[in-house]
Design a protein. Structure first.
Length: 336
């Protein structure tokens, strides 16, 4: 870890063939950083900086730290701006979702300088801020369908992030994943709307699950509500009922007995079979999308689709065949 870089939390990293953009939060401020080949071309066709970028990109499939190293390579030239524009904060109350996703935002561009990569500040650009802010219009067919079916809408200003008891400064900047209402009556998992296609896929499936009568309780995500921007024109994301005292399977399996691993495999296979019989494809089978609750029961979560390399092949993404391939890989992971 580069100790020169102030504490930050990544929000989004876009990688093109030869360009990239990184969005982070640091001390309650949002930074959006561009890397474009036209800005880093050297004299006489020198492509040294581009080769460094491409080397990080190529390593990402095989090296877990490559993404963090790329982030730090892009952030190191931005340290002066980060220290000046986002000074350290005193201890503060938890942010509401409206505050977290509508912070003061600074746009930086990486360019070739005398000593390598440098950052320059760009003028404010409302179109960029709109692009990096999670929003899906209420007029979206699936969102409007959810509202017509009585799904609760909760304003983003009425939901705050829940921090752990040992939260450090960096936790202040991390994307909220668990939230509660201001009255502390309800607790939810929060799914942001950065990818409209993924969010609406999940919302559509959660609506389907609400309308199907299963013979017994099915341990899957349950829709808790929509998070509405205070202007009431769009949603920021969705709320999923919180599973108390749960851990992702990746962590739960580390010290699990053979009995528990076999039990989880049976439960997950059973859930997926029930979903398939109802015409629903899970879509992204992997341990991170499975929770184990306090009763040691497995839950299937995350219906946003997509695929994860090593678990489901790209050509089988969001198909029943892809789910079955993922289950076979899951059995290997659980050693059953």
């Amino acid at each position: 870890m580069n100790e020169n870089i102030p504490p930050y939390a990544p929000i989004d990293l876009y990688l093109g063939d030869c360009d990239a953009s990184l969005t982070i939060m640091s001390h309650g401020k949002r930074f959006h950083i561009f890397f474009d080949p036209e800005d880093i071309q050297g004299p006489d066709g020198d492509e040294g900086l581009m080769q460094i970028f491409l080397s990080y990109k190529e390593r990402m499939d095989d090296e877990l730290n490559a993404m963090v190293e790329l982030e730090e390579w892009m952030l190191e030239p931005c340290v002066t701006f980060m220290n000046k524009l986002a000074p350290a904060l005193p201890s503060s109350r938890p942010l509401s979702l409206a505050e977290y996703f509508n912070p003061e935002t600074f746009i930086l561009r990486l360019v070739r300088g005398e000593n390598g990569l440098e950052a320059v500040r760009c003028p404010d650009d409302p179109s960029i801020i709109q692009f990096i802010t999670p929003k899906v219009a209420l007029s979206d067919p699936i969102v409007s369908d959810a509202i017509s079916k009585g799904v609760p809408c909760i304003k983003a200003s009425q939901l705050v992030a829940i921090e752990g008891p040992d939260a450090l400064g960096i936790h202040y900047d991390q994307v909220p994943r668990t939230v509660r209402t201001l009255e502390k009556e309800s607790k939810y998992h929060f799914k942001r709307a950065f990818d409209r296609e993924s969010l609406t896929r999940e919302l559509e499936i959660l609506l389907q699950l609400q309308n199907i009568s299963f013979p017994e309780a099915l341990h899957v995500s349950k829709l808790g509500g929509l998070v509405m921007w205070d202007d009431e024109l769009s949603i920021m994301g969705i709320l999923v009922d919180y599973v108390d005292d749960s851990h992702v399977l990746d962590n739960a399996a580390k010290d699990a007995s053979e009995h528990d691993r076999e039990k989880w495999a049976r439960q997950i296979h059973g859930i997926v079979n029930t979903l398939h019989n109802a015409g629903i494809v899970w879509g992204d089978v992997k341990p991170d999308n499975i929770l184990v609750d306090s009763k040691m029961d497995a839950w299937v979560i995350d219906f946003g689709g997509g695929h994860t390399e090593g678990w489901v092949d790209a050509e089988l993404m969001e198909t029943k065949e892809g789910d079955l391939q993922g289950l076979r890989n899951l059995d290997e992971f659980l050693k059953v």
